[in-house]
Write a protein that binds this ligand. Structure first.
Ligand code: ZN
Ligand code: ZN
Length: 260
């Protein structure tokens, strides 16, 4: 695999790639799925490096951007692509900007705890999250054909109102965005999040049959499907103990944690 100073590119299978940013404390993953007719990039990373350079190396097909949700660390390079897709309930943030965080805070977060040098041409002082009008909307239950492979859309609100997960039924790969990942807490403590919705969404993805690997957008690349069994136990525990509301803190389970 070719080397890039900022991105780490890993081949998951023949036509599926993880494009990761381990130089930043958030350890963000974006995923490129190449079909026979169409390629999809799930999220575009932090916007520190030029992810378009990477996708151009990997495919000559047009690349559509599927947005798991409209947070800064997932839409960083959206502006380098023509066709952006998002769920309706995150559409306003894409067009008008994300609620709740000041630009000063965003700029502070983008440059702290770096373990790699920032790429030339990137200036955290002028960093501005992408805003633009999407080419289309993604709906729950929709199956998108890429030619020889397809992705099913799951609307999984909670972390953001329009958060999406994507399942490739053929391989059993489940891309969970910021709904489920390991090591650092999954967030539902901002005013714009919903603990109740997040737990419902977790319960829903835990019931998807045939998942072989779980790809969250942060930290460890690729989790074993057994984590979904732990998610079921966690949902039950949180319901039982009536913990599903703001301010109940960090709840740790085997392999992941949640902060309300
Ligand atoms: Zn997020
Ligand atoms: Zn994130």
């Amino acid at each position: 695999m070719f080397k890039d100073p900022w991105f780490t590119v890993q081949r998951i299978d023949e036509d599926t790639f993880a494009i990761s940013e381990y130089g930043h404390w958030e350890k963000v993953h974006s995923f490129l799925l190449i079909g026979q007719r169409r390629a999809v990039l799930i999220d575009t990373g932090l916007g520190i490096g030029n992810i378009r350079k990477i996708t151009d190396e990997l495919t000559s097909l047009p690349v559509d951007i599927f947005t798991t949700h409209v947070h800064t660390d997932h839409i960083g390079c959206h502006g380098l692509f023509a066709d952006i897709y998002v769920h309706e309930d995150d559409r306003d943030w894409l067009i008008h900007g994300i609620q709740g965080l000041t630009i000063e805070q965003i700029r502070k977060d983008i440059r702290r705890d770096l373990s790699k040098p920032l790429p030339e041409g990137f200036n955290p002082e002028t960093y501005t999250p992408y805003q633009g009008i999407p080419a289309g909307l993604l709906k729950d239950g929709e199956v998108i054909d890429l030619g020889g492979r397809s992705l099913k859309v799951y609307h999984t609100p909670g972390h953001s109102p329009g958060h999406l997960c994507f399942l490739e039924e053929l391989s059993g790969f489940l891309f969970t965005g910021d709904l489920l990942y390991d090591q650092t807490p999954v967030y539902a403590f901002y005013p714009s999040t919903s603990p109740a919705d997040l737990v419902n969404s977790l319960e829903r993805i835990a019931g998807i049959p045939g998942v072989t690997r779980v790809f969250g957008s942060h930290n460890t690349l690729g989790l074993k499907p057994e984590i979904l069994e732990e998610v079921k136990l966690a949902v039950h525990y949180l319901q039982e103990k009536e913990l599903i509301r703001f301010g109940t803190g960090i709840h740790a389970f085997k392999g992941f944690s949640i902060k309300f």
